[in-house]
Design a protein around this ligand. Sequence first.
Ligand code: CMC
Length: 402
Amino acid sequence: KGLRVSDKGFLNTAVLRSEITFIDGDAGILRYRGYPIEQLALHSSHLETAYLLLYGSLPTKSQFKVFETEVLHHGVTHADAEQFCRSFRYDAHPMAILTSAFAYLGSYYGEANPSLQGQNLYTRGNAASLEIMDKQIYRLIGKATTLAAMAYRVRQGREFVTPPTGFSYTGSFLYQMDHLGEENYTPNPVLEKALDVLFLLHADHEMNASSTTVLQTGSSLVDPYSAIAAGCASLYGPLHGGANEAVIRMLISIGKPENVPAFLEAVKKREKVLSGFGHRVYKTSDPRSFIVRKTADEVFKITGKDELLETAMALHAAAMKDEYFIKRKLAPNVDFCSGLIYRAMGFPLDFFPVLFAVPRVVGWLAHWRQMMLQEGGVKIWRPRQIYVGAGKRDYVPIDERV
Ligand code: CMC
């Protein structure tokens, strides 16, 4: 009674107050904790930005040292987790492996699980809560790259690589992916920096589908590993984190610039989707897309241009002057170009959503931490519905049904 379905897809529903990320979709502005994304991409690193998103301010040198050491230290996984990742088929989608592996980790850390402990471990004003929480944060961020690298290598039948020491977060990830036993292997610094910038750009984006999923799941006080696994599952789809993969599949299907007009006609008839375009919040431009394009130029200087680039540019130019897209305020989003960079760097196509999920673990945890520590505690996210099905009916035995 008194309920109304007013907001399909949550177009205009704010589910909480947050101090983490600010977006002005009309002006094309994105800030993490008040800092413009452009400044962070230029001066910061993914891990420093992770600290900022989680704890609210840029770290001092000593704070960063502790954070970095803890995160990198927790990159090592238990041998059983390696065995678990080895059990997947060679053609398993790496997002399926990553999602399952996060949930699997939840079976390890009973001290972080309110169900097992019989109490909410994460309450405001409790120093022990903060300590337990931080430990799970270090573990989840540290192990995200390790699990991702295992998801990559298992499909190639390669042995896993223990996280190295003396590397940055992104450098360690590339090492674990690419290392083939060479002595003194180091990732190309330009490519390492480019990936770090992409990680930073994907670290958070306020109440997107996967962050909302993490919060909704976390609101039942489940352990954070299960909540992050749920976030991964939500991100996997082609309308969200799977868009970077979908863009490349779309460009391959278009084939060459001459085929762009026919493709756009099919989009307008709703037979196809223009992946990498459009956004729920940005209605003029996605500020991340400009930084991605600049990063792409730097990467292409090392790797050479991707053969799909011309088609991508023709598609971009045609869509931007087409009335259909102008009227609907559809512009390229962060993932229109990110896939071209991942492809140039040699990542397999179905690995692209993993490259979105790994850095987004940071944002998911920042939102989860904020929610758990909010004043007044957590309230379970349990929305209502309006029932429109049949009225009361009496059961009919199977032999009497027609
Ligand atoms: N291609 C063609 N038409 C589109 C597209 C698109 N990519 N995006 C939106 N539209 C149309 C839509 O059909 C609707 O038209 P109409 O008013 O005539 O029915 C109009 O534009 C408004 O769009 P909407 O469906 O109300 O937009 P939304 O906020 O519900 O969806 C979106 C946002 C991102 C899911 C959607 O734009 C989309 O499907 N884009 C392609 C997938 C994609 O690139 N996703 C990555 C988003 S950025 C990374 C992330 O954070 O996940």
